[in-house]
Write a protein that binds this ligand. Structure first.
Ligand code: IDP
Ligand code: MG
Length: 141
Protein backbone atom coordinates (compact mmCIF):
# COMPACT_ATOMS: atom_id res chain seq x y z
CA UNK A 1 0.00 0.00 0.00
CA UNK A 2 1.32 3.40 -0.88
CA UNK A 3 0.22 6.96 -1.41
CA UNK A 4 0.27 7.68 -5.13
CA UNK A 5 -0.56 10.57 -7.42
CA UNK A 6 -2.41 10.12 -10.68
CA UNK A 7 -3.42 12.25 -13.64
CA UNK A 8 -7.17 12.53 -14.27
CA UNK A 9 -8.97 14.52 -16.95
CA UNK A 10 -12.67 15.11 -17.59
CA UNK A 11 -12.89 15.04 -21.39
CA UNK A 12 -14.85 17.57 -23.50
CA UNK A 13 -17.97 15.37 -23.55
CA UNK A 14 -18.00 15.19 -19.73
CA UNK A 15 -17.66 18.97 -19.46
CA UNK A 16 -20.36 19.61 -22.14
CA UNK A 17 -22.76 17.28 -20.36
CA UNK A 18 -22.38 19.08 -17.06
CA UNK A 19 -20.69 16.21 -15.24
CA UNK A 20 -17.81 18.10 -13.60
CA UNK A 21 -19.49 18.26 -10.19
CA UNK A 22 -20.71 14.66 -10.31
CA UNK A 23 -17.24 13.36 -11.16
CA UNK A 24 -15.44 15.46 -8.53
CA UNK A 25 -18.02 14.30 -5.98
CA UNK A 26 -17.25 10.65 -6.75
CA UNK A 27 -13.50 11.22 -6.45
CA UNK A 28 -13.88 13.06 -3.13
CA UNK A 29 -16.47 10.60 -1.77
CA UNK A 30 -13.98 7.82 -2.40
CA UNK A 31 -11.54 9.58 -0.10
CA UNK A 32 -9.04 10.71 -2.71
CA UNK A 33 -7.65 14.27 -2.55
CA UNK A 34 -7.42 16.69 -5.44
CA UNK A 35 -3.99 18.36 -5.25
CA UNK A 36 -4.13 20.27 -8.57
CA UNK A 37 -7.11 21.31 -10.69
CA UNK A 38 -7.71 23.44 -13.77
CA UNK A 39 -9.96 23.88 -16.76
CA UNK A 40 -8.25 24.36 -20.09
CA UNK A 41 -8.52 23.69 -23.77
CA UNK A 42 -5.74 21.30 -24.81
CA UNK A 43 -3.54 22.34 -27.72
CA UNK A 44 -3.09 19.75 -30.45
CA UNK A 45 0.54 19.48 -29.37
CA UNK A 46 -0.30 18.66 -25.74
CA UNK A 47 -3.10 16.28 -26.75
CA UNK A 48 -0.73 14.36 -29.05
CA UNK A 49 1.85 14.19 -26.25
CA UNK A 50 -0.72 12.94 -23.72
CA UNK A 51 -1.85 10.21 -26.10
CA UNK A 52 1.55 9.54 -27.70
CA UNK A 53 1.32 5.77 -26.98
CA UNK A 54 -1.61 5.64 -29.42
CA UNK A 55 0.15 7.44 -32.29
CA UNK A 56 -0.30 5.40 -35.50
CA UNK A 57 -3.47 3.65 -34.33
CA UNK A 58 -6.59 4.00 -36.54
CA UNK A 59 -8.45 6.06 -33.90
CA UNK A 60 -5.56 8.45 -33.10
CA UNK A 61 -6.55 11.39 -35.32
CA UNK A 62 -10.19 11.20 -34.29
CA UNK A 63 -9.17 10.99 -30.61
CA UNK A 64 -6.99 14.11 -30.90
CA UNK A 65 -9.82 16.02 -32.62
CA UNK A 66 -12.21 14.94 -29.89
CA UNK A 67 -10.03 15.88 -26.89
CA UNK A 68 -9.20 19.27 -28.40
CA UNK A 69 -12.84 19.99 -29.36
CA UNK A 70 -13.69 21.81 -26.11
CA UNK A 71 -12.50 22.49 -22.59
CA UNK A 72 -11.31 19.71 -20.30
CA UNK A 73 -10.87 19.63 -16.52
CA UNK A 74 -7.43 18.35 -15.57
CA UNK A 75 -6.58 17.11 -12.07
CA UNK A 76 -3.85 15.52 -10.06
CA UNK A 77 -5.47 13.14 -7.60
CA UNK A 78 -3.65 11.75 -4.58
CA UNK A 79 -4.30 8.92 -2.15
CA UNK A 80 -3.78 5.31 -1.20
CA UNK A 81 -3.19 3.35 -4.44
CA UNK A 82 -4.62 6.34 -6.34
CA UNK A 83 -3.69 5.01 -9.80
CA UNK A 84 -5.61 1.74 -9.56
CA UNK A 85 -8.40 3.20 -7.44
CA UNK A 86 -9.08 5.87 -10.11
CA UNK A 87 -8.98 3.25 -12.89
CA UNK A 88 -11.59 1.24 -10.96
CA UNK A 89 -13.75 4.34 -10.44
CA UNK A 90 -13.76 5.20 -14.17
CA UNK A 91 -14.30 1.64 -15.47
CA UNK A 92 -13.24 0.00 -18.74
CA UNK A 93 -12.62 2.05 -21.90
CA UNK A 94 -15.80 1.09 -23.78
CA UNK A 95 -18.79 2.80 -22.17
CA UNK A 96 -21.08 0.09 -23.54
CA UNK A 97 -19.19 -2.56 -21.58
CA UNK A 98 -18.30 -0.56 -18.47
CA UNK A 99 -20.32 -1.78 -15.47
CA UNK A 100 -22.93 0.39 -13.77
CA UNK A 101 -21.44 2.16 -10.76
CA UNK A 102 -18.36 3.19 -12.72
CA UNK A 103 -18.20 6.68 -14.23
CA UNK A 104 -18.04 5.33 -17.80
CA UNK A 105 -20.64 2.66 -17.00
CA UNK A 106 -23.07 5.26 -15.71
CA UNK A 107 -22.50 8.04 -18.28
CA UNK A 108 -20.94 6.73 -21.51
CA UNK A 109 -22.22 4.70 -24.44
CA UNK A 110 -19.19 5.13 -26.68
CA UNK A 111 -15.61 3.89 -26.81
CA UNK A 112 -14.19 7.27 -27.85
CA UNK A 113 -16.48 9.68 -25.99
CA UNK A 114 -16.07 8.05 -22.61
CA UNK A 115 -16.19 11.10 -20.29
CA UNK A 116 -12.91 10.74 -18.41
CA UNK A 117 -9.26 9.82 -18.58
CA UNK A 118 -7.13 8.39 -15.76
CA UNK A 119 -3.49 7.33 -16.07
CA UNK A 120 -2.94 3.57 -16.25
CA UNK A 121 0.27 3.34 -14.17
CA UNK A 122 2.42 5.37 -11.80
CA UNK A 123 4.88 5.88 -14.66
CA UNK A 124 2.18 7.14 -17.08
CA UNK A 125 0.79 9.40 -14.34
CA UNK A 126 4.19 11.00 -13.74
CA UNK A 127 4.65 11.59 -17.46
CA UNK A 128 1.13 12.89 -18.14
CA UNK A 129 0.68 15.29 -15.19
CA UNK A 130 3.68 17.42 -16.19
CA UNK A 131 2.36 17.87 -19.72
CA UNK A 132 -0.48 19.93 -18.25
CA UNK A 133 0.68 21.14 -14.82
CA UNK A 134 3.75 22.89 -13.46
CA UNK A 135 5.16 22.07 -10.00
CA UNK A 136 3.85 25.38 -8.56
CA UNK A 137 0.26 24.37 -9.40
CA UNK A 138 0.34 21.37 -7.06
CA UNK A 139 -0.62 21.92 -3.42
CA UNK A 140 0.33 19.92 -0.37
CA UNK A 141 -1.91 19.50 2.66
P1 IDP B 1 -8.26 4.21 -21.53
O1 IDP B 1 -8.72 5.63 -21.64
O2 IDP B 1 -9.30 3.34 -20.90
O3 IDP B 1 -6.91 4.07 -20.89
P2 IDP B 1 -6.93 3.65 -24.07
O4 IDP B 1 -6.91 2.32 -24.74
O5 IDP B 1 -5.66 4.11 -23.42
O6 IDP B 1 -8.14 3.64 -23.02
O7 IDP B 1 -7.38 4.71 -25.16
C1 IDP B 1 -7.30 6.09 -24.90
C2 IDP B 1 -8.58 6.73 -25.38
O8 IDP B 1 -8.67 6.58 -26.80
C3 IDP B 1 -9.87 6.09 -24.86
O9 IDP B 1 -10.23 6.55 -23.58
C4 IDP B 1 -10.86 6.50 -25.92
O10 IDP B 1 -11.28 7.85 -25.75
C5 IDP B 1 -10.03 6.40 -27.17
N1 IDP B 1 -10.13 5.08 -27.83
C6 IDP B 1 -9.54 3.92 -27.43
N2 IDP B 1 -9.81 2.91 -28.27
C7 IDP B 1 -10.61 3.44 -29.22
C8 IDP B 1 -11.25 2.88 -30.39
O11 IDP B 1 -11.13 1.71 -30.69
N3 IDP B 1 -12.00 3.75 -31.13
C9 IDP B 1 -12.14 5.08 -30.81
N4 IDP B 1 -11.55 5.63 -29.74
C10 IDP B 1 -10.80 4.83 -28.94
MG1 MG C 1 -5.00 4.61 -21.54
Amino acid sequence: MAIQRTYVMIKPDGVKRGLIGEIIRRIENKGLRIVALKMLRLSREKAEELYSVHRGKPFFESLIEFVTSGPVVAMIVEGEEAVNVMRTLIGPTDGRKAPPGTIRGDFALSVQENIIHAADSVKSAEREMWIVFSKEEVVSY
